[in-house]
Design a protein around this ligand. Structure first.
Ligand code: ATP
Ligand code: MG
Ligand code: MG
Length: 565
């Protein structure tokens, strides 16, 4: 495995961040590499990197990798990729600001010995059950451990034995000596170090004791000279310990002042989505989705594959603001951000998602032969002439949407029904004359005649007035494509609310796969290209499965909000 730090455990970089300008703010995004980033993380990323950018500061990308069992290089790589994808760079001012908490294990160990020597920490050999029972609760003060006051020498020796592998996993822990009667349970002698024989993705088997998050995280911030340690609200009760720890280490000369300060903000929750790594992992492991990057997943890899752009994700995060409450954001906000981003830049194309054939029965009369192809064109984008023109052609048989024909029209229906005229978009006006059916009575083809001299863009185009416009693709040049039509993954806006098992509200029809027909301008579309299929919405060529000889497009979102529907 790759090692990020070649030194010895005692040599962790004291000044991890290098020479620093104290006038600048310094933030960090500190993911644990135990899973893929999700939309909630995007909020933290944009907040931390955004503050640094806006105030001329620096933002660190720090892997909080102090928990060896669940952490893997695969996640480290995926996290880096997605931070970059979102548009942020940990290289700032010509310096890399990429850090690994595991590089500070040596320092953390020395800090722990310092606390023991100062009478501020002790090794507790109570069983986990005894510890839990003696912690008390909100109404009952805790009880001191019988090991608490055995003396500095004893505890220092025990802690060194822990480090040297003399005791089995779980036999004892190092605890801070604060106050077992504190009204803040986090101050009732929190655990600092535990014994765990596990191979670490960075430090290998160098250590068999690992620091607890609550001990490690403040130290990481202080070593990197972070000014604003921004975390989610549930850490508010940890702040007194954060300050206790760093204050004592600074008093002992192990850390320099000014010390970092912790600030809390509300988590981002998105409706119709779960954002707990454990629950996301369950969706993957139990096969409810195809993987971490399934386009229905709220992971950033999933959202990227679905077709959401970094711009749309950033805009959504900005729209939520920074608050002191855990707000629920409606998914439609994200879709709105996607539409505003793509509206102005995605090329247009015609695609037929639910095809039925349209036969132009007077084709040879109009064009002289059935083999003639009548060239048509339309702008790639209505407001971006620089994107050029799309070319396609008319033939005697076209694909149109099944819903664009009604044998008996409903009120206000302006598309094709016997006797009615409508325009083929960027083509001719046609008049519907009827349809063909099979024995089962299903419509197999719609019949129409071309109205002469009505081609779009020619002088006679407006001579005949029609109300309906039909999108179409010529059967002779249509590209058959797999279209993956996604819906919300859950049927409830707050899938895990009130302790409900979120698996019970999985939407059984969150994915519908159809074969549709695309206009020829999409031949050779590269993976990840985003287009607006006229009338239908925004689609993206799937970055994993799309091939030019076997196109696969994902629906990102429709042209209008229908989340409330
Ligand atoms: P999970 O609870 O899904 O396991 P986590 O918070 O444990 O996520 P970390 O890798 O520790 O995952 O998170 C990195 C950073 O992202 C933390 O600073 C955390 O506060 C922040 N973060 C995680 N989820 C959200 C969220 N929903 N909204 C805002 N920030 C979040
Ligand atoms: Mg965490
Ligand atoms: Mg968490």
């Amino acid at each position: 495995p790759q090692r990020h730090f070649a030194g010895t455990p005692g040599d962790a970089a004291h000044h991890a961040a290098g020479p620093l300008d104290p006038a600048k703010i310094r933030t960090r995004f500190p993911p644990e590499p135990n899973g893929y980033l999700h939309i909630g993380h995007a909020k933290s990323i944009c907040l931390n990197f955004g503050l640094a950018r806006d105030y001329g500061g620096i933002c660190h990308l720090r892997f909080d990798d102090t928990n060896p069992e669940k952490e893997e290089q695969e996640y480290v790589d995926a996290i880096k990729e997605m931070v970059s994808w979102l548009g942020w760079d940990w290289n700032q001012g010509g310096t890399s600001h990429l850090f690994y908490a595991s590089n500070y294990f040596g320092f953390m160990y020395r800090a722990a010995e310092h606390l023991i020597s100062a009478g501020l920490a002790y090794v507790d050999e109570q069983t986990p059950e005894e510890m839990r029972a003696n912690r008390g609760d909100f109404s009952t003060p805790g009880v001191n451990s019988p090991f608490r006051d055995l003396g500095v020498e004893h505890h220092l020796n025990r802690f060194r034995e822990m480090r040297d592998g003399k005791h089995p996993d779980g036999a004892m822990v190092l605890r801070a000596k604060i106050d077992m009667a504190s009204p803040n349970i986090n101050l009732r002698d929190p655990a600092l170090y535990r014994i765990r024989r596990a191979t670490h993705h960075n430090t290998g088997d160098q250590w068999c004791i690992y620091p607890m998050y609550t001990f490690a995280h403040p130290i990481e911030d202080a070593l990197e000279r972070i000014s604003h340690s921004i975390c989610t609200l549930e850490f508010e009760d940890q702040r007194p310990f954060y300050d206790w720890l760093l204050g004592h280490l600074a008093d002992g000369g192990l850390l320099e002042r000014p010390l970092p300060h912790q600030y809390e903000f509300g988590r981002l929750n998105l409706s119709y989505v779960v954002t707990s790594k454990r629950k996301l992992r369950q969706l993957v492991d139990e096969g409810h989705v195809a993987g971490w990057d399934d386009p229905r997943m709220p992971t950033l890899v999933g959202m990227r594959r679905r077709g959401y752009t970094p711009e749309s994700v950033r805009a959504m995060v900005e729209a939520t603001g920074v608050t002191k409450s855990n707000a629920w954001l409606d998914y439609s906000v994200l879709d709105g951000c996607l539409r505003s981003d793509l509206e102005g830049k995605a090329a247009r194309a015609m695609a037929v998602l639910d095809p039925v054939q349209l036969k132009l029965t007077n084709y040879a009369d109009i064009f002289g032969s059935m083999e003639h192809r009548e060239p048509c064109s339309a702008p790639a984008h209505p407001h971006l002439p620089e994107l050029g023109q799309r070319s396609f052609s008319l033939g005697p048989a076209l694909w149109i949407e099944r819903e664009d024909f009604m044998e008996v029209p409903s009120k206000g229906y302006h598309r094709l029904y016997p006797g009615n005229k409508a325009r083929l978009k960027a083509g001719y006006i046609i008049e519907c004359t009827g349809c063909e059916k099979n024995e089962a009575g299903e419509i197999t083809a719609v019949l129409a005649t071309i109205v002469p001299d009505t081609k779009s863009g020619t002088p006679g185009a407006d001579a005949v007035k029609v109300k309906g416009v039909i999108t179409w693709v010529g059967a002779h040049e249509a590209i058959a494509a797999e279209l993956r039509l996604y819906d919300r993954l859950f049927t409830e806006a707050q899938p895990d609310a009130g302790g409900r098992d979120f698996l019970e509200v999985i939407n059984p029809s969150s994915l519908k796969v159809v074969t549709g027909y695309l206009e020829p301008s999409l031949a050779g579309a590269a993976a990840d290209v985003k287009v607006q299929f006229e009338r239908h919405g925004y689609f993206v060529a799937d970055r994993v499965d799309h091939r030019s000889d076997k196109p696969v497009f994902n629906k990102i979102t429709g042209l209008r909000d229908n989340w409330g529907a």
